[in-house]
Design a protein around this ligand. Sequence first.
Ligand SMILES: NC(=O)c1ccc[n+]([C@@H]2O[C@H](COP(=O)([O-])OP(=O)(O)OC[C@H]3O[C@@H](n4cnc5c(N)ncnc54)[C@H](O)[C@@H]3O)[C@@H](O)[C@H]2O)c1
Length: 438
Amino acid sequence: MRMSVIGTGYLGAVHAVCMAHLGHDVVAYDTDASKIDMLSAGSSPFYEPGFDELLGTVLATGRLRFTKSPVEAVSGATVHFVCVGTPQLPGSDAADVQYVDGAFRMVAENADCDGLIVGKSTVPVGTAQRLAAELATSPLGLELAWNPEFLREGKAIEDTLRPDRLVFGVTSEHAEKTLQEVYGPIIDAGTPHLTSDLATSELVKVAANAFLATKISFINAMAEVCDLVDADVVTLSRALGYDDRIGARFLNAGLGFGGGCLPKDIRAFSARAGELGASHALRFLHEVDKINIRQREKAVEVARAAVGGEFLGKSIAVLGAAFKPNSDDVRDSPALNVAAAMHLKGADVRVHDPKAIENARARFPTLGYFDSAEAACRNADLIVLATEWEEYCTIDPVAFRSVVREPRLLDTRNAIDRQYWSDAGWQMFGLGRGGPKA
Ligand SMILES: NC(=O)c1ccc[n+]([C@@H]2O[C@H](COP(=O)([O-])OP(=O)(O)OC[C@H]3O[C@@H](n4cnc5c(N)ncnc54)[C@H](O)[C@@H]3O)[C@@H](O)[C@H]2O)c1
């Protein structure tokens, strides 16, 4: 099937590569010419495990091309995937849908045959219906569908090729059949696929993110209580997680969520509920957001207490800059947020991340960046483990003692073996685990 992919960021580039891998003939387009140059040359503008390899393989088949020309992307295609960004509007909680509107308009203007335009971006409920009404005036037989994306950065290829489920928001049997054909091999592998109206398909995505964010903030609220009574949130979380009505995933207390999706998506969902006259229904999401931000502030205060109550003159190594491991994405990264706050309060902050240094430097140029965890930690008064990359979780605490000035570790992700490090002579700090109070 000949298809176009509009937008080649984290979502679009992965989608384009995976569609070509499934056997489709894909032309992908982005307004950012530098991304197109890199992808055409077989190199990725971001870090995603397995992406570069699959990109190379599908480019060699000739089934995937990248273009700077919207006409070349769209002409001849019968399915168009819109994968552009929906960031938070400056000064508002709402989503900025101008890129989605622009992409739909671009496809409608350049399409030269009947086809299906499929939205994959995360949008406020009602967007698809509005765009469908606009498309109805197009002289060609262009139809709209919504197919929300649930991939996780760091596991994006796996999630795209072997998703938990597929959701098709459609208004006709033809659109449903087309999407079933697009995803044929994935459906044949037994993946559950649900068909719905447009609004439900838009809501599935934001509801899923709202639930996940709530689960994380729930356990972080428990961490706040644990700190007050010297209880241990890690044990609490494990005990809760064994209850299969609750489940252990997304129940790790720590620095909370960040990235380009969860924070902006829950804010946009609340804002949309307000527009619909139902702000009361999602008021709890404000609290979810506040708990999440509070964890970052709390981490800074625990770090301050750990170095004796004053940041000035203290050297603090921050391990991790990406919002999660196995990604170079630093959008709304809790790790960088904490690093920047400690820097502002006078600490000498030394950051390491295996993949996200360049992105971090572009956002926070005044922090110190180092090529290795060891270099960042040299003579540190405190190490803050802020993103749980595997390489940090396997550091040998005995060998590392000679690297730092003071053997103190604040594990904001509750990711390392506390006892093991303690036994090696380290003073351990955490969130929801006791230690110095803010
Ligand atoms: N990143 C994720 O893990 C993820 C997961 C699920 C859903 N989503 C959703 O997918 C959407 C994209 O997210 P992302 O992380 O890939 O964003 P991103 O910022 O990495 O990429 C968006 C891309 O769209 C391009 N673009 C903007 N307007 C365009 C236009 N008119 N024509 C062509 N290209 C255009 C930008 O240049 C950019 O490269 C968002 O709505 C996001 O919420 C993202």
